[in-house]
Design a protein around this ligand. Structure first.
Ligand code: SF4
Length: 188
């Protein structure tokens, strides 16, 4: 990509047509937040509300995520960075296709380079599989930390799944977020 700053990379993304998702998106959802806490949260792709507003995780699942991160890590949305594997909404909220993930990968790699997070939390099957390069499911991958690109990766459920799954899933998400908090403290 060759952008000199994160802001320049975001400007590049805002007009990107490198994959077919550019044909149906309303807005490119690059990511928001701050690198200050050392935490990067990665989801799979923007949904309908995100596509309209240009911000990641603004709907009900985003509100649940914000609440859990505040309660377990003491971090507000402004103090960590949150982005998706693909920056444009897959139509009908389908999973992003492998070629779309590959086309968008330089933006996520660029974000990792500029933000340099110590801990990455991946939300759900798609993001976790993409980052870890595995076909294993989230239930097998969560519940522990993974060394990843010189950082710590903490997989957890997607908050939309937690909204449907109720208290037991939320409790497992909380436990994963405590793992992220411990990893942040251990890598300070
Ligand atoms: Fe470009 Fe990524 Fe959007 Fe595809 S999803 S058009 S690669 S910004």
């Amino acid at each position: 990509m060759g952008a000199p700053t994160l802001e320049a990379l975001a400007r590049q993304a805002s007009t990107c047509t490198a994959c077919r998702l550019s044909e149906t998106r309303t807005t490119v959802v690059f990511g928001t937040g701050s690198p200050a806490s050392g935490l990067l949260v990665v989801g799979e792709g923007p949904g309908r509300e995100e596509d309209l507003k240009g911000e990641p995780f603004v709907g009900r699942s985003g509100q649940l995520l914000d609440r859990l991160i505040l309660e377990e890590l003491g971090l507000t949305r402004a103090s960590f960075y949150i982005a998706n594997v693909v920056k444009c909404r897959p139509p009908g909220n389908r999973d992003p296709a492998p070629d779309e993930v590959a086309a968008c990968a330089p933006f996520l790699q660029g974000q990792l380079g500029f933000l340099d997070p110590r801990v990455v939390v991946s939300l759900g099957n798609v993001a976790t599989r993409v980052l870890l390069g595995t076909d294993e499911g989230i239930s097998a991958l969560r519940g522990r930390t993974h060394p990843w690109q010189g950082r710590v990766l903490v997989p957890t459920f997607h908050p939309a799944y937690a909204l449907r799954g109720g208290g037991a899933v939320v409790a497992q998400m909380r436990a994963d977020l405590v793992r992220a908090k411990q990893a942040l403290a251990a890598t300070r």
